[in-house]
Design a protein around this ligand. Structure first.
Ligand code: ZN
Length: 681
């Protein structure tokens, strides 16, 4: 039986790929790769780039090129057979990559290249590939002595069990609570779609009325719109005490002990690898260098934002007193009255903006933006096989030559995962013999499909999302690095990877760009200036309060991980309370146990890394500020950004790349200005 996933293609033959091809192809490729790696290692005396790293890259690329369309189709044209085949492959792939990371001979072979005289003759990107590989081997505990290695494996295992129990508790606690409302007067203010959801939830339980749950699409509208204060309080309390010693299920799904254990074991794991604390361990793969730098960065932002947040809170209180005759605001009132104030101050709904963003105008406008910045042309190619009729394939041309390409899949439909993302289809690398394998990306959104004869009309939020994902895509497609481990988005530090994407969003807020990115679908007129100004003001509504809240989470996460004392650990609640005393403007009630459901850091990949959100915002705002100084379409500045950041991928330290572009290290001023925080002080 021929299997399209085992054949070589320029681009994936999407229409030919069927669920039954998936497992046989992945099994075959994993088996072939394993054997090829063993044979390779057996044959090497003195490993070199050409005899070790290149052959490994070829093997890896073969597997990626088979897996990429499968995992992509699982997300955009899902079905029961494909899902099953996909899920069956996941453990095999993860076992394969874990085994590679633990392969002692492979580690020694990389080390031998690093120690050889030939290492000095490699170029900077090749050196980075080797150094990254050695770093990752070390982080997997491979260079530890035998007894330490056992300890390391035990810690890893215990941690993975604890974090998974932590998430299970959050999930169980979230699902355990719900509330039936039989009188719809109790839900006054809640929008139609949320009511429909609550009604549906009741029907599923064969109940009359509305069921409120702690899932975000149910919880959020109640907290933001529901007039019934008692109900808001009840829902709030249930939500912020999930998986804790407080609230309606006090002690039942309690994560308290698991959290203490998780932090302790992470600290011990870091110690085993010779780091002083888990904060240091986390930063090895990030752009930020030291814990002091991260905390200093967050403190500086807090110092600048807190006065503004206090002002915003005072404004909210004054508004509530005047318009709603309420003296004291409780935690369950903040979101509700903030929404009232927002509507009162800026009456711009996303719906009024839609007619100005017909999809063809906006996409064409976005291509024009990057044409002006980087001198690239984007050309549609209708001859390529895709997974759905909505999908358009584009090629990026520079000086007439194709440098990369992408599939654009804009609309929501059944069996397509929600959200928006960019993913890689093929990575840029030099091919066997000569020639370059060009990068190919998937850009996926979930916009509303066109209705009747009208074109699809986007909200401004959707336009921003499109620019964001396109920014990730350009990082992947405009790279000039020819080694797959550090080309495009590969090998880029976690806290720097959002730079190119957030950076692109800036053009959605500029009059000069909106002149052609927008155009009313009936009159072709660009977005009116007064509407733009309203949008800009609304964008910064309560930005100080949002900033200090994010800083509270980031500082809590980082201090807890980097200032841990094994002999006398500070209680987690105390760490959080101290951070709040320093930066927060709203003190939650004593029963609040938000941290017991903070899965990002206790169970997800953001441990000692939550600060990355703010870090990347600073980078993108500061990078854009050079365009503000020199013209947002200044071709030289565009070229400089292209050459220093986009083309370089993960081939150099992100700080070095940033300094090459900006002429200095990142500063926080531009972000504060863009969020309106500087002006307000
Ligand atoms: Zn992103």
């Amino acid at each position: 039986m021929s299997n399209p996933l085992l054949e070589t293609h320029e681009l994936p033959p999407f229409s030919k790929i069927k669920a039954e091809h998936v497992e046989p192809a992945i099994d075959t490729l994993i088996e072939q790769n394993k054997q090829a790696i063993e044979t390779l290692l057996d044959s090497l005396d003195q490993p070199t780039w050409d005899t070790l790293v290149r052959p490994l890259e070829v093997l890896d690329d073969k597997l990626s090129q088979a897996w990429s369309p499968v995992s992509h189709m699982n997300a955009v044209v899902n079905g029961p057979e494909l899902r099953e085949a996909y899920n069956n492959c996941l453990p095999k792939l993860s076992e394969y990559s874990t085994a590679l990371g633990q392969n002692e001979r492979l580690y020694q072979a990389y080390q031998a290249i690093a120690d050889s005289d030939a290492f000095a003759a490699l170029d900077f990107a090749q050196k980075k590939v080797i150094n990254n590989a050695l770093r990752d081997f070390k982080l997997s505990g491979i260079s530890l002595a035998e007894d330490k290695r056992k300890e390391f494996a035990d810690l890893k295992k215990a941690l993975s069990e604890l974090t998974s129990q932590y998430s299970d508790n959050v999930l169980d606690a979230t699902q355990a609570w719900n509330k039936l409302i039989t009188d719809d007067a109790d839900l006054k203010g809640v929008p139609e779609n949320a009511l429909a959801l609550a009604k549906q939830a009741a029907e599923e339980k064969e109940l009359e009325g509305f069921v409120i749950t702690l899932d975000f699409p149910s919880y959020f509208p109640v907290m933001t719109y529901c007039e019934n204060r008692e109900l808001r309080k009840e829902v709030y309390e249930a939500f912020v005490t999930r998986a804790s010693d407080q609230g309606p299920f006090a002690g039942k799904f309690d994560n308290s002990e698991k959290m203490n254990e998780i932090i302790k074991l992470r600290h011990q794991l870091a110690n085993l690898l010779d780091f002083d604390n888990y904060g240091e361990r986390s930063l090895v793969t990030k752009m930020a260098e030291t814990p002091e730098q991260v905390i200093g960065f967050l403190d500086e932002l807090a110092e600048k934002s807190r006065p503004v947040a206090l002002q915003e809170l005072a404004e909210l209180k004054a508004f509530v007193l005047k318009e709603h005759k309420l003296e004291d605001l409780d935690a369950w009132d903040i979101g509700y009255y903030s929404e009232k104030l927002r509507v009162h101050k800026y009456d711009v709904s996303q719906e009024t903006l839609r007619p100005y963003f017909p999809v063809n105008t906006t996409v064409k406008g976005m291509f024009e933006v990057v044409n002006r910045l980087y001198g690239i042309e984007i050309v549609q190619n209708d001859t390529v096989d895709t997974w759905h009729d909505d999908v358009i394939y584009y090629e990026i041309k520079k000086d007439q030559a194709t440098v990369g390409s992408f599939y654009l899949d804009l609309y929501a439909r059944a069996n397509k995962r929600g959200g928006a993302w960019m993913d890689e289809c093929k990575v840029r690398r030099s091919k066997e013999g000569d020639g370059i394998q060009l990068p190919v990306a998937y850009l996926v959104c979930n916009f509303t499909t066109p209705v009747g004869n009208n074109p699809a009309l986007l909200t401004h939020d959707e336009v921003t999302t499109l620019f964001h994902e396109f920014g990730h895509g350009l990082h992947h497609m405009l790279t000039k690095i020819n080694y797959s481990d550090v080309s495009g988005i590969n090998g880029v530090a976690w806290d720097a990877v959002e730079l190119p994407s957030q950076f692109m969003e800036n053009w959605c807020w500029e009059e000069e760009a909106l002149a052609f990115v927008s155009g009313h679908f009936e009159t072709s007129k660009p977005l009116p200036k007064d509407l733009l100004e309203k949008m800009q003001a609304a964008k910064n509504f309560q930005s100080g309060m949002q900033m200090v809240r994010q800083l509270e989470f980031s500082l809590f996460d980082f201090q807890m991980h980097s200032q841990y004392n094994l002999d006398s650990p500070k209680p987690i609640q105390q760490v959080l309370d101290e951070v709040r005393d320093r930066v927060a403007v709203i003190k939650p009630p004593a029963f609040n146990r938000f941290q017991h459901g903070f899965s990002h850091i206790f169970a997800g990949g953001y441990a000692a890394g939550y600060y990355s959100y703010k870090w990347a915002e600073v980078l993108s705002a500061d990078a854009f500020s050079l365009f503000e100084e020199q013209g947002i379409f200044n071709r030289e500045t565009g070229q400089l950004f292209l050459e220093s950041i986009l083309e370089m991928g993960g081939s150099k330290e992100p700080m070095e790349l940033f300094v090459n572009f900006r002429g200095r290290k990142p500063e926080i001023d531009a972000l504060l200005r863009h969020t309106g925080i500087n002006e307000a002080v």
